[in-house]
Design a protein around this ligand. Structure first.
Ligand SMILES: NC(=O)c1ccc[n+]([C@@H]2O[C@H](COP(=O)([O-])OP(=O)(O)OC[C@H]3O[C@@H](n4cnc5c(N)ncnc54)[C@H](O)[C@@H]3O)[C@@H](O)[C@H]2O)c1
Length: 303
């Protein structure tokens, strides 16, 4: 199986390439994007770095070379700036996404497309409408939210992160909806009191503000690449692992004409299944708010 990473020279693109290549699950990972010299530099460097671990070939590519890639990871983005919400990136990144779309004639027609460019729910829907593909092959990368929820639960209760199962759904942004009633620890239901649920939500909100206030002009490249590599592994291995991804909805939770973070069972065709959780009234109204916000942003796009 072959993977193309558009924006392969960026923080997420290059780190995801390396982490995924280390696993040896793709035959080839093709890096493409704007800066040819940097892309070639990464490919040459990774060839040596990977020798002890993996037979995956990491190569430089042009759009013309990616028609044999069954998976495409879009990790492009305009330079980062300090924002209060990821939706502010919409106007920065629409030009960048349109440039990718101009080259989409080179995409394999059956490829699974995973997009990290923010705001991902909006761009995943935009790409879905423009490319007119099977919605189950159009995934927005939002798995970080669930990883951070697990981190916040581990912090709050001082328990082992690796034994926590927890998912966020909704918007990849402030209107993410942590499914606190579905948290499991060591395979068993883990009850969290209402007061603590709000504290956990505050830990998540505070994290984003603290991170942005550093004004470091970089994204959460490490976290994103660890989780993106997990998504790409689940696809390549057809594992059926459940990971949060944004997917275009057709009636799930009562919504359509929007892409929203959901628990998704992943495999080589993309989403094998979208899991629809039972929501309480609070979660339902939080999801309504998230959908309204994403739909409002979609109205700014030429679809
Ligand atoms: N979904 C998530 O959880 C998540 C998390 C972190 C970052 N992001 C988003 O992912 C994107 C990339 O983040 P990053 O940290 O790697 O940024 P980065 O600035 O390090 O990399 C972006 C790359 O995109 C390339 N690029 C820009 N315009 C291009 C174009 N038209 N064609 C091809 N390549 C182009 C740049 O050369 C650069 O290498 C950003 O939009 C960021 O907001 C998403």
């Amino acid at each position: 199986m072959k993977l193309a990473i558009i924006g392969g020279n960026g923080a997420i693109g290059s780190t995801t390439a390396f982490l995924t290549a280390q696993k040896g699950i793709y035959d080839e990972i093709k890096l493409l994007g704007r800066k040819t010299n940097v892309l070639k530099n990464h490919a040459m460097d990774m060839e040596h770095a990977l020798m002890p671990f993996s037979k995956t070939v990491v190569s430089f590519a042009e759009y013309e070379d990616i028609s044999d890639c069954q998976v495409i990871f879009i990790a492009v983005g305009a330079p980062e700036r300090k924002v209060e919400s990821r939706e502010e990136y919409l106007k920065d990144n629409i030009r960048v996404i349109d440039e990718v779309l101009e080259n989409s004639c080179y995409f394999n027609k059956d490829a699974v497309i995973l997009t990290a460019t923010n705001p991902i729910d909006v761009f995943n829907y935009y790409l879905y409408k423009k490319l007119k593909r099977d919605r189950m092959k159009m995934l927005g990368f939002s798995a970080n939210d669930s990883l951070r929820l697990r981190w916040a639960v581990a912090e709050k209760f001082n328990i082992d992160f690796n034994k926590i199962e927890a998912y966020c759904i909704g918007e990849h942004g402030e209107d993410q909806v942590p499914l606190m009633n579905c948290v499991k620890y060591d395979g068993k239901k883990f009850d969290v009191e209402d007061e603590t649920k709000s504290e956990i939500k505050n830990i998540l909100v505070d994290w984003f503000l603290k991170f942005q206030n550093l004004d470091a002009k970089r994204t959460s490249g490490w976290t994103s690449s660890v989780t993106a590599s997990e998504v790409l592994e689940a696809i390549a291995c057809d594992s059926g692992k459940i990971i949060e991804c944004s997917v275009p909805l057709e009636g799930e939770l009562g919504f359509r004409d929007v892409s929203l973070g959901m628990m998704v069972k992943l495999g080589k065709e993309g989403a094998k299944e979208i899991i629809v959780p039972e929501l309480n009234d609070g979660e339902k109204s939080a999801i309504n708010k998230a959908v309204a916000k994403i739909k409002q942003q979609i109205t700014h796009l030429n679809i």
